[in-house]
Design a protein around this ligand. Structure first.
Ligand code: UT7
Length: 331
């Protein structure tokens, strides 16, 4: 099976830091509640820049890391569930900012699983020989969706972007994606609608039995306990399905999980029998930045010189949908 090779990585993290104490200024919450339950101490917020700008900076950093000409990029896939516009796709806005004028561009939304979904698409293109290289950018500005009156959800999320430039490679690559649409109400952010079509009836009637149309029309709405319960088993199952007999779990050198909640990560890796020293986390200083979590971790590890040739690295994530997935890549 043809694999993929990482040519370069990059990330962008906005300057403004909201630590747990900042939330206590306007909500009945505290570091004593947040940190033990989530592992989060702080998150970054893009107070004065749009999502696509963060994605473009991460992309530029990945291209610089690979010493790669932007005009030679064949395809840009942006994973985001917090785009600045319904259309155009964020990938087109980023293409303009980075000067990748010869690239095909489209966006992918499978929420926090988006980086793994994008890897699957990139791998399909590269192994089929359709493109020589693919630039994946996972860029998220969750602060523009989060309801800052909901203390059970707003404390989790932050803003940032990560990017990887890929080409096809010879080493093994395995990937699994799953979804359970029955659980979609556990985590959603409903679209805004203009609703002035003259032939509509009461637009809210479409939704009233299922959604809070009163004031949460375009806020992130979450049933934290339902997501937590789903996530632990979904992550463990995704890893087993991705390796699918090709490796034993014990052969994995490093696991890079979606950074949603440290307790979820600990439980899922415990279920798999993976020791904590093989699990990389940055949730303490980044919070949950949805699909950007994994590529930002990859960039941090690469910069720290911790990605050694021959290592088997597992990415695993879950998110709204509810979706889940895992990939194993040899570097
Ligand atoms: O990318 C996917 C993202 N989503 C996730 O991964 C979410 C997974 N779920 C979780 O991480 C946890 O469910 C949370 C950390 C979000 C919440 O923890 P929980 O133990 O499920 O809390 P809860 O919502 O059931 O609330 C328990 C209590 C409630 O108080 P009462 O009604 O028992 O008096 C909440 O009002 O804790 C209260 N509470 C808080 N108190 C202080 C909820 N959030 C807070 C808070 N500060 N931030």
């Amino acid at each position: 099976m043809n694999g993929i090779e990482i040519l370069g990585t990059g990330s962008f993290v906005p300057d403004f830091i909201a630590d747990n104490d900042k939330f206590s200024e306007f909500l009945d919450t505290s570091d004593e509640w947040i940190f033990p339950r989530t592992g989060i101490k702080q998150r970054h917020i893009a107070t004065d820049i749009p999502n696509y700008y963060m994605g473009a900076q991460a992309a530029k950093n990945a291209l610089r890391d690979a010493d790669f000409d932007p005009e030679a990029v064949d395809c840009i896939i942006v994973s985001t569930c917090s785009p600045d516009f319904y259309y155009p796709a964020m990938s087109c806005l980023i293409q303009k900012l980075i000067g990748a004028k010869n690239a095909a561009c489209f966006d992918v939304n499978s929420a926090c699983t988006g980086f793994i979904t994008s890897l699957d698409i990139a791998h399909s293109y590269l192994s089929a020989g359709k493109y020589d290289n693919v630039l994946i950018i996972s860029s998220e500005k969750l602060s523009q969706q989060v309801d800052y009156t909901d203390r059970a959800s707003c404390i989790l999320f932050g803003d940032a972007a990560g990017a990887v430039l890929l080409k096809s490679g010879e080493k093994p690559f395995y990937l699994f994606l799953g979804a359970d649409g029955d659980e979609f109400e556990a985590l959603y952010c409903k679209a805004n609608y203009s609703a002035n079509c003259p032939w509509y009836g009461d637009i809210d009637k479409f939704y009233e039995n299922r959604f809070d149309t009163e004031h949460k029309r375009s806020f992130l709405v979450q049933d934290g306990k339902a997501v937590y319960k789903f996530a632990v088993n979904a992550m463990a199952n995704a890893v087993k399905n991705a390796i699918n007999g090709h490796y034993d779990v014990s052969e994995l050198d490093l696991v890079i999980p979606h950074q949603a909640n440290l307790r979820i990560i600990e439980k899922a890796t415990e279920l798999l029998g993976i020791s904590s020293d093989k699990v990389y986390t940055n949730i303490e200083h980044m919070g949950n930045v949805s699909s950007a979590c994994i590529p930002i971790c990859v960039n941090e590890l690469k910069k720290a010189g911790r990605l050694k040739p021959g290592m088997k690295i597992c990415f695993v994530g879950f998110g709204a949908g509810l979706t889940y997935g895992a990939a194993v890549i040899e570097v």
